[in-house]
Design a binder for this molecule. Structure first.
Ligand code: IVH
Length: 705
C-alpha cells in the first residue's frame, strides 16, 4: 500500500466521527449512482459541497482519514517513485485476429479442443450444455491502460498497472482519483478478497480538452487518448491524475477468495460483469452475449459502424467464451487464454511521405492547407491527401515537403497528419508559408480578428467559393439535386454555364449535353432532377443557402420558428438568440447573410423560379404537448442497449412526450430492459410492470416517427 491510514487518537468528538461517516456514506452512494448506474440524483455542485465539507473535517481530524474516503478522489501527497508489485495471478494478453478467416480459425480451435475433452469424458453435464450452445461475449477493446484493483472486504486497497504481466507498478493513489473506480463496493455478497481488472482510458472529449489546454500553455500535446491516459496515470502527483477525467471499465476478475457462505459466484463471464456493475463498477454498455461465431461477425460489423460515435477510442473487439467452466476446460497457451481473442480493426496510423502542400478555398472562403501524400493504406482505405486545418496546426506540426509523416484516419474522419518523424527529415527543407492572395481569384487573404482561419476576401468573385456554394446547394441534405455531383458543378462553372445557384434553373439541355462526358440523355436527366428539386422543404431551403454555421439542425429550428421566409428575412439578432441552438455568433452570421442585398435577391429569384415547400406549422402553433403520443406514460431504462445509448433512448422517449425516470415503481408504465438490467428488472417483474426489449422499443419509435 502506498499510504497508511491509522486511527491514532482515542479521544474523538463522536459527532465529528458521525458526520464524517455520514458524508462518506452519502458520497459513496452518489458515486455509485453517477458512475455505476449513470443515474445521478444530485447536481455536481451539491456533490462538490458535500466533498468539500468532508475534506474540511478530515483536514481538521487527519487521524480519521481512511483508505476508502471519497476525499481521496482528488489526489493525495506526491510520491518519490512507484513501487513494483508482483501480480498474484499473471495479467495475460490476448491473441489477435485481423480477418474473418482468422476468427473462424479461432472458433474451430475452440470447438476442436472442446470436442476432444468431450471425447475423453472430461466435461460434466453443465459444461456439456454450455458447449452445445457455445456463447461468446463480445466487448469493445478499449484503447487504454490495463489495471488490476485489489479489494479487501470491499475496500480498494491497491491499484497496479499490468507492467510486463508478472510485475506492475503500484498506482493506488492515482487509481483512487478515477471517478468510476469505486473506493468501497456496494452489496452484501462481496468476496473478502477480490481483484477486478479493467481498462483505464481517457474519453475522446477529455482528450481534446487536455490537448487544447496543453497547446494553450505551450506544452506538447498527447498523440492519442491512450498515451494521454498512460501519461496521466504515471504521475507521481496524483492531484494531476485527478484533473485528467480518466474513466475505468471493468472487464474481468482476477483473484476471488472468501466468497460468503450461501453465495454462488456467477458461472458465466456476462453474469460476472453484471455482478461487477452491481457492486459499483462501470461495465461496457456495448457488451453482448451471442451464440455462435456468425453472430460475432454481425457484432463486429455493427460496432464498426458505431465506432466513431462512441465517446471513447476502441481498437477492436474482444470475444470471450461465456461459460467459465468452458474457459477452464480450454485453459491457456503461453501468455494468452485459448478462450478469448481480440479482433483488431485495421490500423489507423501509418507512415508516409509528404509530397506537397496545396491551398484549398472553401465555401466560406476559408483557406485550408492540404497535404499531398505518397498514397498509403490506413484505416481501411488508401489515403493520398490530408488536411492541415489552419495556420496554427501548420505551426504546431511544422510539416515540410519531403518529410516523413504519421497519418491517422479514424473511421469516416478526414485523414490527419499526427506528427512529423523528425529523425527522417531530409537536409534541405523549408518551413511552410501561407500565400498572401487567394490561389484561385487572387483577392487578398484576410484574417478576421479573433479567428484562426485565413479567408479569401473575394466572396462570389472567387470561382472556388462559387463552386463550393453550388455543390452545397445541390447536396443530398440540401436541395438534393440527383446527379449534380462535385465534378459536374466544376465543369458547369468552368465552362461558364452557371455563375450562381439561380443559373441552375435556366440551364439549357443542348449546352449541358455538349459538356465532356455528358450526352443528351444525361443532360435531360439532370434538368429533370433540377426541376424535381424545386419541391423542397423550408428547412432544406434554409440549409441549402449555406449560411455560416447553419447546419441541418439549426435550419430545422429556424424553419419551425419562423414558418415562412419573410419572417426569417425580417428577423434580428435578439429574436434569433431565443431559438434553440442559436447563440450570438450564429445569430450574427444569419443577420450578416440576410442583410446582404445580393442574398435577398438570390432568394427572391429562386422563389420566382418555382422553388417551393409545403406550409410549415410554426413551433408556437403546436406546442400543445397533449398531441404527443406518449404523454402520461412513464418509462424506466435499464441495462445496455445496442443500437443507441440510454441517453439517446431517453431523449427520443421524451420527444414523444414520455416521462423517463430512474427507478421502477407502481407508477412505471414500461421498463425497457437490455442485457445487465439487474435489480430494476426484478422489481418490474415483481410489480407486473410490462418489460420491453430493444426491438420493441425501436418498433415504438418507428410507429411514432
Ligand atoms: S480481456 C485474459 N477485455 O487488451 C484476458 N482486454 O492484450 C485479458 N483490453 O492489455 C484481457 N479491452 O488491457 C480484455 N474488453 C476487454 C479489453 C481488454 C481492452 C486490453 C487489455 C490488454 C489487451 C489485451
Amino acid at each position: 500500500m502506498t499510504q497508511e491510514f491509522k486511527q491514532t487518537s482515542p479521544i474523538q468528538d463522536p459527532s465529528v466521527i458521525h458526520e464524517i461517516q455520514a458524508l462518506r456514506d452519502e458520497l459513496h452512494r452518489h458515486n455509485y449512482l453517477y458512475y455505476a448506474l449513470d443515474n445521478p440524483e444530485i447536481p455536481d455542485a451539491e456533490y462538490d459541497r458535500l466533498l468539500r465539507r468532508l475534506q474540511a473535517l478530515e483536514a481538521e481530524n487527519p487521524e480519521l482519514l481512511s483508505a476508502d474516503s471519497p476525499s481521496l478522489k482528488v489526489g493525495s501527497a506526491p510520491l518519490d517513485a512507484f513501487t513494483q508489485v508482483a501480480h498474484k495471478l499473471p495479467m495475460l494478453s490476448l491473441d489477435n485476429a485481423f480477418s474473418d478467416e482468422e476468427m473462424l480459425d479461432f472458433n474451430k480451435r475452440v470447438i476442436d479442443r472442446l470436442n476432444n475433452s468431450l471425447k475423453n469424458s472430461e466435461l460434466d453435464n453443465t459444461t456439456k450444455e454450455a458447449f452445445e450452445s457455445l456463447e461468446y461475449v463480445c466487448e469493445p477493446k478499449l484503447d487504454g491502460i490495463a489495471v488490476s484493483l485489489l479489494y479487501a472486504e470491499g475496500v480498494l486497497v491497491m491499484g497496479v498497472t499490468r507492467g510486463d504481466g508478472t510485475t506492475g507498478e503500484d498506482i493506488t493513489a492515482n487509481v483512487r482519483t478515477v471517478g468510476s473506480i469505486p473506493l468501497r463496493l456496494t452489496g452484501d455478497d462481496i468476496p473478502s478478497e477480490l481483484e477486478v481488472r479493467g481498462e483505464i482510458y481517457m474519453p475522446k472529449a477529455a482528450f481534446e480538452k487536455v490537448n487544447k489546454a496543453a497547446l494553450k500553455n505551450g506544452d506538447k500535446p498527447f498523440v492519442n487518448p491512450r498515451n494521454a491516459a498512460a501519461g496521466s496515470l504515471r504521475q507521481l502527483d496524483s492531484k494531476i491524475t485527478a484533473k485528467r477525467s480518466l474513466e475505468m471499465c471493468a472487464y474481468s476478475v482476477g483473484i476471488v477468495e472468501g466468497i460468503k457462505e450461501g453465495v454462488n459466484f456467477p458461472e458465466t463471464h456476462e453474469k460476472i460483469l453484471v455482478k461487477l456493475s452491481e457492486w459499483g463498477f462501470r461495465i461496457n454498455q456495448e457488451m453482448r452475449a451471442v451464440t455462435g461465431i456468425n453472430a460475432c461477425a454481425t457484432y463486429y460489423n455493427k460496432l464498426s459502424e458505431k465506432r466513431d460515435g462512441l465517446p471513447y477510442e476502441i481498437d477492436g473487439i474482444v470475444y470471450k467464451v461465456n461459460s467459465i467452466s468452458l474457459q477452464k476446460t480450454l485453459g491457456f497457451i503461453s501468455r494468452a487464454p485459448r478462450w478469448a481473442i481480440a479482433r483488431k480493426f485495421p490500423a489507423q496510423e501509418e507512415m508516409t511521405q509528404l509530397l506537397g502542400i496545396e491551398f484549398q478555398v472553401g465555401r466560406t472562403g476559408a483557406i485550408t492547407p492540404v497535404a499531398r501524400l505518397e498514397p498509403v493504406f490506413v484505416g481501411g482505405v488508401t489515403v493520398s491527401n490530408a488536411t492541415l486545418h489552419n495556420q496554427d496546426e501548420v505551426k504546431r506540426l511544422d510539416a515540410r515537403v519531403g518529410d516523413t509523416v504519421i497519418i491517422r484516419r479514424a473511421g469516416d474522419v478526414i485523414p490527419q497528419i499526427v506528427s512529423v518523424v523528425l529523425s527522417r527529415r531530409p537536409e534541405q527543407t523549408d518551413a511552410l508559408c501561407f500565400p498572401e492572395s487567394c490561389p484561385v481569384c487572387d483577392s487578398p487573404i484576410v484574417q478576421v480578428p479573433g479567428e484562426v482561419v485565413l479567408r479569401c476576401s473575394g466572396g462570389l468573385i472567387c470561382g472556388a467559393q462559387v463552386k463550393e456554394a453550388i455543390k452545397h446547394f445541390a447536396s443530398r441534405k440540401a436541395m438534393d439535386i440527383d446527379g449534380l455531383g462535385d465534378k459536374l458543378v466544376e465543369q458547369l462553372v468552368d465552362e461558364k454555364l452557371i455563375k450562381s445557384v439561380v443559373d441552375l434553373y435556366h440551364l439549357d439541355v443542348e449546352a449541358v449535353a455538349s459538356l465532356e462526358r455528358m450526352g443528351k440523355k444525361s443532360a435531360e436527366n439532370l434538368l429533370a432532377a433540377i426541376e424535381t428539386s424545386k419541391a423542397t422543404s423550408f428547412a432544406r431551403f434554409i440549409y441549402s443557402l449555406g449560411i455560416r454555421e447553419v447546419g441541418e439542425a439549426t435550419a430545422r429550428n429556424l424553419a419551425q420558428y419562423f414558418g415562412d421566409i419573410n419572417s426569417l428575412l425580417a428577423s434580428d439578432e435578439e429574436t434569433l438568440v431565443v431559438i434553440n441552438d442559436i447563440g450570438p455568433i450564429v445569430a450574427r452570421f444569419i443577420v450578416d447573410f440576410i442583410s446582404q442585398e445580393s442574398n435577398q435577391l438570390l432568394i427572391k429569384q429562386l422563389l420566382e423560379h418555382g422553388v417551393n415547400w409545403p406550409e410549415v406549422k410554426k413551433q408556437s402553433d403546436d406546442d400543445d404537448s397533449n398531441e404527443l403520443p406518449l404523454v402520461d406514460k412513464t418509462y424506466v431504462l435499464s441495462g445496455s442497449l445496442f443500437s443507441l445509448t440510454r441517453d439517446q433512448a431517453k431523449e427520443k422517449l421524451q420527444a414523444l412526450g414520455a416521462t423517463v425516470t430512474g427507478s421502477v415503481s407502481k407508477k412505471t408504465d414500461y421498463l425497457v430492459a437490455g442485457p445487465g438490467a439487474g435489480s430494476k428488472l426484478t422489481k418490474a417483474e415483481s410489480l407486473s410492470v410490462p418489460v420491453l426489449d430493444e426491438d420493441q422499443l425501436l418498433a415504438l419509435f418507428d410507429e411514432y416517427t
